[in-house]
Design a protein around this ligand. Structure first.
Ligand SMILES: CC(C)(COP(=O)(O)OP(=O)(O)OC[C@H]1O[C@@H](n2cnc3c(N)ncnc32)[C@H](O)[C@@H]1OP(=O)(O)O)[C@@H](O)C(=O)NCCC(=O)NCCS
Length: 298
């Protein structure tokens, strides 16, 4: 029988080391935990849950060979996504034994998530259900089979990976009448209005971002780095499209802000989850020298 999952209130250093060894498959959870470490307003209801084949995280003989990690923020809110990573996602042949070991770990971690959710709900209102963000297709398939996951119709996304050092050069100079800026709260309200993805201006304004504005301060193109370090909400207003603005903005943002998450920002991994149906965004990612790596859903 597998040991019970361990629960932490902040990311243990050993776990960060283990996840760094698994890059790029561990990218989403690693960046999420790096954001949690940097976020001064880190929510008091956030927990890191780890299930492993060894029941401990330390180096040496106790270092796990296979493990599953979840980061969950039990505060209510549309942006409070849970992130789940299993070493199963590495793509290395795990065999039948390895697969069932991972399935048991997933079961332990999900049990713990459910227990913590109700525990945090005592005297306080927990989210009605936990939303899993950027969930790997293989893990999703296992959880769906066990009946523990209810699929949403929000679509299937390609996980695009980029290396900051391999991004093409960015054009610093903008066309006349435009300037580089950061998103104000009012800009974030415009961003929210342009998408049907449930996000709030309060959430967006805390994220690393870059905006191209007109001289009268109207934002015309923008992008953000999400709490998982990925490029998100990339947008260019319709009348300014196909002029290279989104591409240029994405390159500059990824170069300048990936370092917020990691000291290796100069060459580090970064990502974007792009809907399979969004040919314009897929084209932008290709033009950034990105590669599709695996499939996720939200
Ligand atoms: C996706 C979007 C941000 C692209 O903005 P843009 O400023 O027009 O893009 P760029 O001009 O910088 O184009 C970058 C590359 O993508 C290609 N591209 C852009 N739009 C394209 C389209 N509709 N079809 C095919 N290729 C397209 C360009 O040709 C260019 O390729 P190249 O560098 O090889 O020449 C814009 O269409 C948009 O805001 N769409 C709605 C919001 C959205 O879907 N956002 C993505 C959420 S993840």
């Amino acid at each position: 029988m597998l040991p019970k999952a361990s629960v932490f209130t902040s990311p243990p250093a050993q776990l960060m080391g283990l996840l760094a060894e698994r890059l790029p498959s561990s990218l989403t959870i690693l960046r999420r935990l790096q954001f949690a470490l940097r976020d001064e307003s880190s929510p008091q209801h956030a927990r890191i849950i780890v299930g492993s084949d060894r029941g401990a995280l330390g180096p040496g003989p106790t270092e796990p060979r296979s493990y599953t990690v979840a980061y969950a923020d039990f505060s209510a809110g549309p942006d409070a996504q849970t992130v789940l990573y299993s070493t199963l996602e590495d793509g290395q042949a795990v065999g039948d034994g390895g697969r069932s070991e991972h399935e048991q770990q997933l079961a332990c971690v999900v049990d713990e998530l459910v227990r913590l959710r109700s525990e945090h709900g005592r005297g306080w209102r927990p989210p009605p259900r936990l939303l899993l963000g950027s969930l790997h297709a293989d893990v999703r398939a296992i959880l769906e089979r066990t009946g523990r996951l209810q699929g949403r119709s929000s679509g299937i996304y390609d996980k695009w990976l980029f290396k900051v050092r391999d991004l093409p050069p960015a054009e610093e100079r903008l066309p006349d009448g435009m300037y580089w800026g950061r998103a104000t709260f009012a800009d974030c309200r415009t961003v929210v209005a342009r998408t049907d993805i449930p996000r709030t201006a309060d959430f967006l304004v805390k994220l690393p971002n870059l905006v191209i504005k007109l001289q009268d301060h109207t934002p015309i193109a923008w992008g953000f780095l999400g709490v998982d370090g990925g490029l998100m909400s990339l947008h260019c207003e319709e009348s300014y499209r196909r002029k290279g603005l989104a591409r240029n903005l994405a390159i500059k943002l990824l170069r300048e802000s990936t370092g917020y998450f990691t000291d290796d920002g100069g060459e580090g991994w970064t990502s974007a989850d792009v809907s399979k149906d969004n040919s314009a965004s897929q084209a932008v990612c290709r033009s950034l020298n990105g590669q599709t790596a695996w499939v996720v859903s939200w």
